[in-house]
Design a protein around this ligand. Sequence first.
Ligand code: UDX
Length: 452
Amino acid sequence: MEEQGQRRRRVVLVPSPHQGHINPMLQLGTILHSKGFSITVVHTQFNSPNPSNHPEFEFQSIPDGLMDVNISARNLVDSILLLNENCREPFRKWLVQMIKEQQPGDEIVCIIYDEVMYFAEASASQLNVQSIILRTSGAVTVVARLVLFQLKEEGYNPLKDPNKLQDPVPRLHPLRVRDLPISPSEITESYVQLINNAYSVRTSSAVISNTIYCLEKSVLSQLQQYFKVPNFPVGPLHKFAPSSNDSLLKEDTSCISWLNNQSPKSVIYVSLGSVASMDKKELEEMAWGLVNSKQPFLWVIRPSSNNAPEGIELLPEVLAEAVQENGCIVKWAPQKEVLSHVAVGGFWSHCGWNSTLESICEGVPMICMPFFEDQKVNARYSSHVWGVGLELEHELERGVVKKAVRKLMVDKEGEFLRQRAAQLKEEVELSIRKGGFSYNSLNELLDLINKF
Ligand code: UDX
């Protein structure tokens, strides 16, 4: 709560308009607000956050010119480049106006922008406002992309050769070519442009990373060689801001009542995040595998953007019935609540960075089925470095799914995954407690902002 007479200096947040990016930015806003800052969120019209989730913030929409663009995983890179072009001038104008109108004690102290919303830095530096970058992916993804670009300069380019997909990548152990965080599977000019822009610090004073030191210790120190400004690993942000809820889709909370009726650690939660999608054949194999595993499951099947048949409507009748008998299907779940529910014992995930962190924080082991970009790195690290994940390597097939689910949830050969997940949860808890690495890092960040 604001104390009487206390100065509430303003922090402007500029999130990228995708669920996996909006969540950590607004969680950071919630933390900063609790530390006495006023918060203004400047957002695009596309995927705009719901202001009623944060009556304590101010929201400002700027035109993004994306109305006629059908944004999907395929044109993500181009749409982000376009967004930066389109938002640059409206943001600058808004900032000029804000600075003109600001009252003593309510000055903009700094702008915190998602690394892919780098247009914000241009206006900040032009108008002498401090800026800080928020990275919403893991540090290893950043290092992997930087090393990959260096290797490319040195003439290494295995991406086009399908026979090299299993080869280890030099300097990036344990990543293989197939785990590299790029999509589609070639380094296009637009991709290089986007990553160079996103990773260039320019005049920004610091980087905030939604990661945890105990997970990425060695890569974080490697990163410090690339970026000369302080990097604050303050993750997992959702644990410092448990009240922040920024779902773009309506959460179906009926699944919590369903979970309440299941035995402890018996349920596998299945969700592939906010972007990835499945075709009919894959959906069918997933469904057979889940039903045949004999474990209860909670399955998120997002609505399609057109009005085409979707979810279990696509399944043959007999399978749809079996799915409904053994599982609970929702269009969007309160994921953090689900993962912390006592009935949940495993997570079949696409390994988006937020989902990976949320699972690790609750000690829930994962079946890793990445689709694109950083998801592939997160999956490889979950299985081969942190020891909490089981990679689904082969074609999606019902027998493979059944075996993986049983290994993760009940079979003896999966015991090490369950144990390691429980251990890692404890390590993470230590880092967010008073005196822990993330706790201290967050305080250092606040000190820096207070000095601006
Ligand atoms: C996108 C990219 O796909 C990913 O590679 C990148 O790391 C972040 O942005 P997304 O698909 O949104 O990721 O996944 P993720 O990062 O896991 O974020 C999804 C968020 O939505 C999580 O915070 C999760 O808790 C939430 N969620 C997901 C729900 O609240 N309910 C659901 O049913 C599913």
